[in-house]
Design a protein around this ligand. Structure first.
Ligand code: FMN
Length: 320
C-alpha cells in the first residue's frame, strides 16, 4: 500500500516537505496545497514557491479552479517545469471557494463537471497525467453514484476519495463503507483519504479494502509526523526527532517570512496539530497563542520539550 501526504494549505508546503522527508523518511507522494490559476495567467509568489522547490521529492501539484482554460494554462506551465502528473481539487469545502463553484462546490453541478473534465482531457499537455481528489458530494452521500459515473468516463491516473460531503467540513466520520462500491467500479487506482490517525486505522483499511492502491493522511500526519513510518512498521517519533523537525520548520519560516511574528503565526497552526504528540498541552498552547516575540515563543517550546511526556498514540485534537 502506498502512503501519501495530503495537501494542507498553510502547512504541507515547500518548506515542510523536505524537512518531513529528511527526518521521518518521506511519503510515496506529497501533494501540494492548491494553486489557483486565474485570468492573470500568473502564479503568485507563494504558488511559485510551491512549484519550484521540490527537487528529489515525489511532488504532485494540485490545481483549484472552475475554468478549463485556467486549468490548462497551469497544466502547461507545470509541464514546462518538468511535472508529469497533476491533481484536480474537487474537495475543498471552504465557503469562499464553494460559493465560486470551485472545489467541492463543483460537485453540485455534475454536467458542468463532466464538461470541464472533457475539456481538460482534450487539452492536457502530451504525457501529463491527471488525478482527482474529491469529496463524495455537496449535501448528501447519495450524490456519489452520479459523480462516480462521471469520473469513470475519464482516464484518471488515480482517484483520491475523501468520503465526506462538503457541508460536513471535517465533522463526524468519513464514510469508509462507500469504498466497497467505489472500488467495485473503479477503472483506475483508488486512494482513500480521511481520519487515518494511527497504524491501526491504516491496517483496518488495508484489511477491509485490499483493492485500495494507497492511503493519504493529512491531520494525522500533522499530529504525528512519524505516522507513515509507523504504518510501515517503523518506530514512533522520538523527542529528538520532534525537536529537530520543530527547529528546522521554525528556522525555515523565520528565514522565509523575514520576522518572528509571522513565523509564530505559522507555528501556531502547526502546533494545533503537533500538540497531539505530547500529553497535557493546554498551558503550552495558551503560551504559544500569547507569544509576541521569538524569545517568548521559544521559551514555551523549551518548556514543552523539557517537561511534557510524548503520547503513545498521537492524534489531532478533537474538532480540528
Ligand atoms: C487546514 C487544512 C488545509 C487543507 N488544505 C487542502 C488543500 O489545499 N487541498 C486539498 O485537496 N485538501 C486540503 N485539505 C484537506 C486534506 O487534504 C484532507 O483531505 C482532509 O484533511 C481529510 O484527511 P485527514 O482526515 O487525513 O486529515 C485541507 C485540510 C485542512 C484541515
Amino acid at each position: 500500500m502506498k502512503l501519501y501526504a495530503a495537501p494542507l494549505e498553510g502547512m504541507t508546503n515547500d518548506l515542510w516537505r523536505p524537512i518531513h522527508a529528511d527526518i521521518f523518511g518521506g511519503a510515496d507522494r506529497y501533494f501540494t496545497p492548491f494553486v489557483s490559476p486565474n485570468a492573470t495567467y500568473k502564479f503568485q509568489t507563494k504558488e511559485l514557491n510551491e512549484l519550484t522547490h521540490n527537487e528529489g521529492l515525489p511532488v504532485i501539484p494540485q490545481i483549484l479552479t472552475n475554468s478549463a482554460d485556467h486549468f490548462l494554462w497551469a497544466a502547461r506551465e507545470m509541464a514546462d517545469m518538468g511535472y508529469t502528473e497533476i491533481n484536480f481539487n474537487l474537495g475543498c469545502p471552504s465557503g469562499t471557494v464553494t460559493a465560486k463553484r470551485k472545489g467541492a462546490g463543483m460537485l453540485s453541478y455534475p454536467d458542468d463537471l463532466q464538461r470541464m473534465l472533457e475539456e481538460i482531457f482534450a487539452g492536457l499537455p502530451t504525457g501529463m497525467k491527471l488525478s482527482v481528489k474529491t469529496r463524495i458530494g455537496k449535501e448528501r452521500e447519495e450524490e456519489w453514484n452520479k459523480l462516480l459515473e462521471i469520473y469513470q468516463m475519464f482516464p484518471l491516473s488515480e482517484l483520491i476519495v475523501h468520503p465526506r460531503v462538503q457541508k460536513e467540513f471535517y465533522r463526524g466520520h468519513a464514510r469508509r463503507q462507500l469504498m466497497a462500491e467505489t472500488l467495485a467500479h473503479a477503472p483506475w487506482p483508488v486512494c482513500y483519504n480521511g481520519d487515518i490517525f494511527s497504524p491501526a486505522d491504516g491496517a483496518n483499511l488495508e484489511q477491509a479494502y485490499p483493492a485500495l492502491d494507497s492511503l493519504m493522511m493529512g491531520r494525522g500526519l500533522m499530529a504525528d509526523p512519524a505516522l507513515l513510518r509507523r504504518i510501515k512498521g517503523g518506530s514512533a517519533a522520538t523527542r529528538q526527532e520532534l525537536r529537530a523537525y520543530h527547529d528546522a520548520l521554525w528556522e525555515a519560516y523565520r528565514a522565509r517570512l523575514g520576522g518572528d511574528l509571522n513565523a509564530i503565526y505559522r507555528m501556531r497552526e502547526l502546533w494545533n496539530y503537533l500538540s497531539g504528540s505530547f500529553a497535557d498541552t493546554d498551558k503550552f498552547l495558551k503560551s504559544v497563542r500569547k507569544a509576541k516575540t521569538g524569545a517568548e515563543y521559544m521559551s514555551a517550546v523549551e518548556r514543552l520539550f523539557a517537561e511534557k511526556k510524548l503520547c503513545e498514540n498521537p492524534a489531532p485534537p478533537a474538532g480540528k
